[in-house]
Design a protein around this ligand. Structure first.
Ligand code: ADP
Ligand code: MG
Length: 258
């Protein structure tokens, strides 16, 4: 057995996922060692979001293993009836693979500070004073420490997304999962979020990043995975994937996004 200390934070082996009779992930292997940034790229509908959602158990999958720090998810049932067997394990994994969504998903009725504090308080049952101090520090870190007491609607999209990143960080997760974090933003606001994501990569955080931003993927990634119709078509270090793509499909995809 692998020593858990050396195991990848997240490992996916032979993942299969269907929605009813529609098979959308057809046998995908992905490994995210600690401190690595892995980017998932590919056309719309290729299965990028589904992989992230299966990885942190927001979605069930029908086949394959998902290992968190070497610990395999335990399942009950089979096929379309396969679900995580152990609720405590599911919550532990989900809270340790903290997700940042395209549409921010902040709670509109809570202030920014309350948004960041909510899950550490209610899910992790951490001490309120400690959580507040850490929430304020993370909001400072993403450059919106002065926005603690306002509501999401009072912020720009870029500020809301940075609040969502602070919220994910405040869970002290083992890895951050980003699903198209800049796609909903106007170009001038996109860069403020890209800067935050880059600084997290430079800190050595483990991240899985789904993005349409090839420049960011090239800048931050240790490894890039190109998906096509639920399968990995090509993968490698960014200089290889972007600088010397082998498959016709990847070449076509890159020239279409350039
Ligand atoms: P991407 O993120 O790469 O754009 P998705 O993972 O969202 O792709 O989708 C992969 C495929 O799964 C697409 O064909 C999409 O239509 C389908 N799909 C995604 N979510 C659902 C769902 N909840 N029900 C049915 N089909 C879905
Ligand atoms: Mg998607």
């Amino acid at each position: 057995m692998t020593d858990p200390a050396n195991a990848p934070v997240l490992e996916i082996r032979n993942l299969h996922k269907a929605y009813g009779s529609l098979e959308v992930i057809k046998g995908v292997d992905i490994s995210a060692p600690a401190g690595h940034v892995l980017s998932l790229i590919g056309s719309s509908g290729s299965g990028k979001s589904t992989i992230l959602r299966c990885a942190n158990l927001l979605e069930d999958s029908q086949q394959g293993d998902i290992l968190f720090c070497g610990e395999p998810v335990t399942w009950k049932g089979e096929g379309l009836n396969r679900h995580p067997a152990d609720k405590a394990q599911m919550i532990r994994i989900r809270t340790n693979l903290s997700m940042v969504f395209q549409q921010f998903n902040l709670w509109a009725h809570m202030t920014i500070l309350q948004n960041v504090m909510e899950a550490p308080l209610t899910v992790l049952k951490r001490n309120r004073d400690e959580v507040e101090a850490s929430a304020r520090a993370y909001l400072d870190k993403v450059g919106i420490g002065d926005k603690c007491d306002v509501y999401p609607a009072q912020l720009s999209g870029g500020q809301q997304q940075r609040a969502a990143i602070a919220r994910a960080l405040c869970m002290e997760p083992k890895a951050l999962l980003f699903d198209e974090p800049t796609s909903a933003l106007d170009p001038e606001l996109e860069q403020e979020v890209v800067r935050v994501i880059k600084s997290l990569a430079e800190e050595g955080r483990t991240m899985l990043v789904v993005t349409h931003d090839m420049k960011m993927a090239n800048d931050i990634s240790d490894h890039v995975v190109f998906l096509h119709q639920g399968l990995i078509e090509e993968q490698g270090p960014p200089d290889q994937v972007f600088g010397n793509p082998q498959s016709e499909r990847l070449r076509g995809f890159l020239s279409a996004t350039a």
